[in-house]
Design a protein around this ligand. Structure first.
Ligand code: ADP
Ligand code: MG
Length: 254
């Protein structure tokens, strides 16, 4: 059975105020677990915003399940990078979860159930009635993770999901991603530190304004490609699978 392309990015460029954040990016994914890697400011968040249809490319095209990104929104569960979330917005956890599960003004019973189930999965059902702004950073991040799961999406896009969470929570999130992948959900994760998902990823996109390389980890994660992506100073670790990954600041946290 030929796989439908999950995402097709062709010659995509995007600038903020005339300054190029992405320069002629091209890659494809098909039903797999993808990691987008690159240093700070390399355009990772810009790329995922283009894929979810929040931004429009200046040049080039993006297709998601063969559609324009804005038409694929109901199929995508998106978790924005924590820094971009309005943390003080006076809203309750349940409202965030329901908005994640449903795009309707009046959600169905099933959608309400999905919202609760997603919160339960991440062990936070007791926070249903709580104000989002009263929660810790790690809790907020887990809520946003659960929100991305709540609509049972075909494609999950997570922008640095592990940043503020503690190790047990991170492990729980990784387990949930494994289950999602087994169910056939396509997953794109932007990561700074690849370690937590090292054994799950099936494709890597290395980004530094340009797409340095993309494909299977063993082909892409070479010392040469990593040096080109992260600069000469980065320390590179070789792992058992025979490929390399950069050793980045918080690597020892887990
Ligand atoms: P990453 O997620 O890899 O850290 P971003 O996609 O957030 O990178 O940013 C890529 C580049 O675009 C950076 O130089 C950043 O400063 C710039 N940039 C991102 N968002 C904006 C914005 N809203 N306005 C102007 N410049 C931006
Ligand atoms: Mg980012």
């Amino acid at each position: 059975m030929p796989e439908v392309k999950m995402i097709e990015v062709k010659d995509v460029s995007y600038s903020y105020n005339g300054k190029k954040a992405l320069d002629k990016i091209s890659f494809e994914t098909e039903n797999e677990f993808v990691a987008i890697m690159g240093p700070n400011g390399s355009g990772k968040s810009t790329l995922v915003k283009l894929i979810v249809g929040m931004l429009k490319p200046d040049e080039g095209s993006i297709k998601v399940f063969g559609m324009e990104p804005e038409n694929a929104r109901d199929l995508i569960g998106y978790m924005p990078q924590r820094e971009t979330i309005a943390k003080h917005f006076p809203i309750r956890v349940k409202d965030i979860m329901i908005m994640g599960a449903s795009s309707r003004r009046f959600p169905t019973r099933e959608e309400m159930g999905n919202a609760m189930e997603a919160l339960q999965k991440i062990g936070m059902k007791h926070l249903w009635e709580k104000r989002f702004s009263a929660l810790s950073q790690g809790q907020q991040q887990r809520i946003m993770f659960a929100r991305a799961l709540a609509k049972k999406p075909r494609l999950l896009i997570l922008d640095e999901p592990f940043n503020a969470v503690d190790v047990p929570s991170r492990n729980m999130m990784v387990e949930i991603l494994k289950e999602e992948r087994e169910k056939g959900t396509e997953i794109i994760v932007v990561v700074h530190n690849i370690n937590p998902i090292l054994h799950q990823i099936e494709k890597v996109v290395l980004l530094n304004r340009k797409c340095i390389a993309w494909g299977k980890p063993a082909h892409v994660l070479t010392p040469e490609n990593l040096k080109e992506t992260y600069g000469a100073d980065i320390q590179i670790v070789r792992c058992e699978e025979g490929y390399c990954h950069p050793l980045i600041g918080d690597e020892h946290a887990g």
